[in-house]
Design a protein around this ligand. Sequence first.
Ligand code: 4HQ
Length: 248
Amino acid sequence: MFDAFWDHGIIRRAIDQNKISGSSLNIRDFAEDKHRVTDDRPYGGGSGMVMKPEPLAGAIRAAKRKCPSAKTILLSPQGRVFDQAVANELAAFEGLVLVCGRYEGVDERISHDLIDDEISIGDYVLTGGELAAMVVIDAVTRQIPGTLGGEDAAEKDSFSNGLLEHAHYTRPQVFEGEAVPEILLSGHHKAIENWRLESAMLRTLLKRPDLLKNKSLRKPELDILKKWSRRIEEIIKFYHREHRDRRE
Ligand code: 4HQ
């Protein structure tokens, strides 16, 4: 799974440009028996298998030898939920060792000495931690300066300012009868900047109002909310006036 991940796109370029380095260890290489067994039946009975502690400990220690200052993170639904703030926090570490479980999970005793942090990428169940680790590596990598190509692309995108991104348009100017908003063709940079803030605010209000509640709003943002609040109030007033007139 990881070969394709390391070999493509922005991750590949970041490695080629020495912005990050990364590699995967196969836990089976740390198994102690000739069949390279890494799982076993759960104590107490029941269905499903548990990752054996010895090969996992061997793999984690081997990874730590490569990067002794790394923070070791177990991917698990029990972890704190990953978001942009966590991605930023992790981007500041010199290294990460991401531990991916399979089956029902890892032997509990692994977490006691060998795990520094536990992260979940969301409240759903995966068949393994690998995709979760790739999500974390991807989101962390693009926070590292120079990995995105664009001058300051990471500062501009969703969540960096606590808002969803504004709408985007490219050519053609008219697509299936729908035109690009005039203002974006005007070359008026200040007006475009205002339009984009308004677009971002409205999209956030409509799609993710929870994000607005947790955000500290400044004057330009408050002005946009007030403008739309007034427009909505007017519609409601007009509606009531119509009904009153009809009753007479
Ligand atoms: N897992 N966020 C690995 C997840 C998960 C998640 C379930 C982790 C299976 C073995 N990992 N175990 N959600 O669902 O990170």
